[in-house]
Design a binder for this molecule. Structure first.
Ligand SMILES: [Zn+2]
Length: 835
């Protein structure tokens, strides 16, 4: 009896902990494997799926494989923020490797010429895994896929590798993968515990989904602001892959999803044939999943609308992007609606989809090569019909924002030119060095349209992500259509941004606030202990006009000598790419330099609230902005620590989007800190909390939308149609208000992904930023919400005791590429006492 019980016990524990973690569980068993190729276990020390792979071990294995196999070469394409390598394996037959440069040239030629060989050329497949670090089955499956591709023997694999070049990216998000592996492994039990309440299955804030600065990297394929994306996009454009796969995970109770997604939500710039081919590729996945008995679905969720996602980006670049979503075991094993979900099972499904993709690529090779060839051929025809049309963009007062948009164009191999000489169009000036011209007649013409177009009509009213990303609006740049007649030389390499002091002064220095990096410079000046003031009015000095927000640094009565100040300012101005003017007199046309309308400034001491209750994306965007762009040190103050922290160290606290806000005692603490003179900058749902806690009275518009003639089945779509997933709206600015210093135009595009609408104050001077009557510039909004947003305000500024609250409904720092509204946040922290 006892012996039987023991055997049963052993069998059960084996079931959960051991039996599935064996290579034979994963790999096709009708194939011989080359014994000279190291198995994953022989390098990483455990079987795939037994522990979550850490990125360092993954690197170790991929290097070992490339050493052992003549099918694999490996390259290190750069580093993550945490200095982890961004690896790429190129996997193909040894013969193709001998010839790899010619294969790559032929692949690029096919996108650029009217005669391309699609008969006997390999197809190029980019396979990327786990861009969301806490969706780990992808990267763990990459160990198996790489092993299989290196070690499998026989005519089938030889044929596959002859016909395919695989660009293999085992971890799209190394920092996130490492963070998640640490969590899942440190909480693992020897006796695997499938109880969803176990700590193993609820990661601590902010989780491993994102990268170092808490960005969702699967939104950055188009803006390319993060180092991981830069390396990847460089590979993409140098190879123009025909298929790109993106392996994710979704909720534990689901099954497996492969594209196509919801057909009505495909971006209209994507050709129908792209979706038809996706559907044909899906038949290969279905067949492979039928064989192993795994459930799956397609077409009912996810979409191909926003081109900044990995599975959609290829669709505007002549390729086919495929999204995979596997139900997540999150840790090692979890109860689910489909029974016990083990980590190895999730890995096996991802591995299966990786192989079925390659099978489809091989089977449909010619059709897909033809598709890409025709995509670019048709695009060239469209572009030539546009003749010498071009887009010009720029900002005559800010070279840096212009530069950073140009940088994105460079990353996407989009050609652009200098302006031949300064010119004006629609009342805007386009200055040489401050503007660029993008001819529409070029290879990436469809990509250019996708980046620059404004779109306000849609086939569907539901979106998986944002519905608009119009780049010149995000950068707050002037732009218009022009002709290539205005174009000067093509820009091969972007010239570094300049800056400096034009002369030494014994009286004072001035710089305008328009330049993107002006806050970086001001912060250095104040940090050095120098006195600086901001002008509340326009004036003219030395015949030059200076706008609201001009910064003045007196040369005398400072803690540095006049010549030390000159050296310091010149150095910092260069680093911040700002032009500083020396002036020798205080007598101006308008306010003089000694006027009370120059107000003294104080060094910002900033804390960003992070941790439970705060939205990590929004907090990360601000952390990244301060740390990587403005070199401003901001404390990440955890809500857990808030009660014990000495708040007098800070004069500014930022509360990002939050539904819960702070607990009672912390709320009181924050309130008394504001009353003593602190400035709170709050975003989105934190405003509701402020209103509820009576820290600020905000007059929100009420929505009384009721469903009429909507069935139970339609209820989800009805509600979804009222969501603003992300769209762009026009505001008008009162430029004399400090929150708007540094903006040269009277209108500003803002990004919002909330349905919080605030009624304007009855005193117009309290509405420095207000939506116009019909503010929709680009993206989707329901008719009901369009009525609500009309003439409402995205910003409310209020006082509390001696302190100030600056409250935004809109995100001024969205995904690191909304350069155009970053200055609103900077104004809130530098000019807080002037509001
Ligand atoms: Zn994901």
């Amino acid at each position: 009896m006892q012996r039987i019980a023991l055997l049963v016990f052993l069998a059960t524990t084996t079931l959960f902990s051991q039996s599935q973690t064996d290579l034979s569980y994963y790999l096709p068993n009708d194939v011989e494997y080359n014994s000279n190729i190291p198995t994953p276990k022989s390098v990483i020390g455990h079987e795939v799926g037994e522990w979550h792979i850490t990125h360092d071990k993954l690197v170790q294995y991929m290097k070992a494989l490339s050493n052992a196999s003549d099918r694999i070469t490996i390259e290190d394409r750069g580093k993550t923020f945490e200095d982890r390598p961004l690896l790429l394996l190129t996997i193909t037959s040894p013969q193709n490797h001998q010839n790899i440069d010619a294969i790559q040239s032929a692949q690029i030629d096919a996108t650029e010429t009217n005669s391309a060989n699609t008969e006997n050329r390999p197809i190029v497949v980019y396979q990327g895994f786990s861009i969301h670090g806490n969706e780990p089955s992808g990267s763990n499956a990459s160990l198996l896929a790489a092993y299989y591709l290196a070690a499998a023997e026989g005519s089938q694999i030889d044929n596959l590798l002859d016909n395919t070049v695989i660009l293999f990216d085992p971890s799209l998000n190394p920092d996130g993968l490492q963070r998640f592996a640490y969590w899942a492994n440190t909480n693992k039990n020897i006796n695997l515990n499938p109880d969803p309440n176990d700590r193993e299955y609820s990661e601590i804030w902010p989780g491993g989904r994102t990268n170092h600065y808490w960005f969702d990297m699967n939104r950055d394929w188009l803006p390319v602001q993060l180092p991981e994306s830069r390396a990847r996009i460089k590979t993409f454009h140098s190879w123009m892959p025909n298929i790109l796969t993106d392996h994710h995970e979704m909720g534990t109770n689901s099954s497996f999803f492969f594209q196509p997604g919801i057909p009505s939500r495909t971006h209209p710039l994507t050709p129908q044939l792209n979706q038809d081919l996706t559907k044909e590729i899906a038949t290969y996945h279905a067949k492979a999943f039928n064989k192993i008995g795994s459930l799956y679905y397609s077409e009912e969720s996810f979409d191909d609308f926003y081109y900044g996602k990995g599975s959609t980006f290829p669709d505007i670049n002549g390729g086919i992007g495929i999204l995979f979503e596997q139900a997540s075991s999150r840790g090692h094993i979890q109860e689910s609606d489909n029974g016990i979900l083990t980590f190895p099972f999730t890995i096996k499904n991802q591995f299966t989809a990786a192989l079925s993709t390659l099978e489809a690529a091989n089977g449909m090779r010619k059709d897909i090569l033809d598709y890409q060839y025709n995509f670019f051929k048709n695009a060239r025809t469209e572009a030539s019909k546009e003749g010498n049309k071009a887009i010009v963009f720029g900002d005559e007062k800010d070279a840096a924002k212009t530069y950073h948009l140009a940088e994105i164009l460079k990353r996407h191999n989009i050609k652009f030119h200098d302006v031949k000489s300064d010119f004006s169009s629609n009342g805007k000036n386009y200055k040489k060095g401050y503007s660029y011209i993008v001819p529409k007649n070029q290879k990436n013409t469809r990509l250019i349209n996708a980046m620059f177009e404004k779109r306000t009509t849609f086939q569907d009213s539901l979106f998986y992500d944002v519905s608009a990303w119009t780049f010149p609006l995000a950068f707050n740049l002037d732009y218009t259509e022009t002709t290539t007649a205005n174009a000067g030389n093509e820009i091969k390499d972007l010239q570094h941004l300049k800056g400096g002091v034009n002369a030494k002064s014994d009286y004072a220095y001035l710089f305008e606030w328009n330049a993107y990096y002006a806050p970086k410079l001001l912060n250095q000046i104040l940090k050095k202990g120098l006195r600086a003031k901001v002008s509340m009015k326009n004036f003219k000095a030395n015949g030059k006009s200076y706008d609201y927000g001009t910064i003045m640094i007196p040369a005398k009565n400072q803690n540095l000598s006049a010549s030390e100040i000159y050296t310091f300012l010149n150095d910092e101005a260069q680093k911040s790419h700002v032009d500083i003017d020396a002036v020798s007199t205080g007598l101006n046309n308008g306010i003089d330099l000694g006027s009370n309308n120059f107000r003294s400034l104080e060094l910002p001491k900033v804390a960003i609230l992070v941790g439970d209750g705060m939205t990590s994306y929004d907090a990360g965007e601000i952390w990244h902005l301060f740390d990587t762009r403005y070199d401003i040190i901001a404390t990440k103050l955890d809500t857990e620590r808030f009660g014990r922290a000495d708040l007098s160290r800070y004069n500014t606290i930022i509360m990002v989007n939050s539904y819960s806000g702070l607990n009672e005692s912390n709320t009181k603490k924050l309130q008394s800190w504001i009353q003593k003179g602190g400035t709170l900058v709050a975003y989105k749902n934190a405003l509701r909390w402020l209103n509820t806690k009576k820290l600020m009275t905000i007059d929100f518009k009420k929505s009384d939308l009721t469903a009429k003639d909507i069935t139970y089945e339609q209820r989800g779509d009805f509600r979804g149609a009222q969501v603003i997933g992300g769209a762009i709206f026009e505001t008008k600015l009162d430029r004399s208000h400090p929150i708007n210093f540094g903006y040269k135009n009277n209108n500003l595009a803002m990004f919002r992904n909330t349905t919080l609408f605030i009624n304007p104050d009855k005193n117009s001077y309290n509405n420095p930023i207000q939506y116009t009557k019909r503010p929709l510039l680009s993206g989707y909004i329901s008719e009901e919400n369009l009525d609500s947003i009309s003439s409402s305000i995205p910003l409310k500024i209020g006082g509390l005791g001696r302190g100030t609250i600056v409250a935004f409904t809109d995100n001024t720092n969205f995904r690191a590429f909304w350069y155009g509204t970053n200055k609103l946040l900077m104004n809130a922290i530098f000019f807080r006492d002037e509001m």
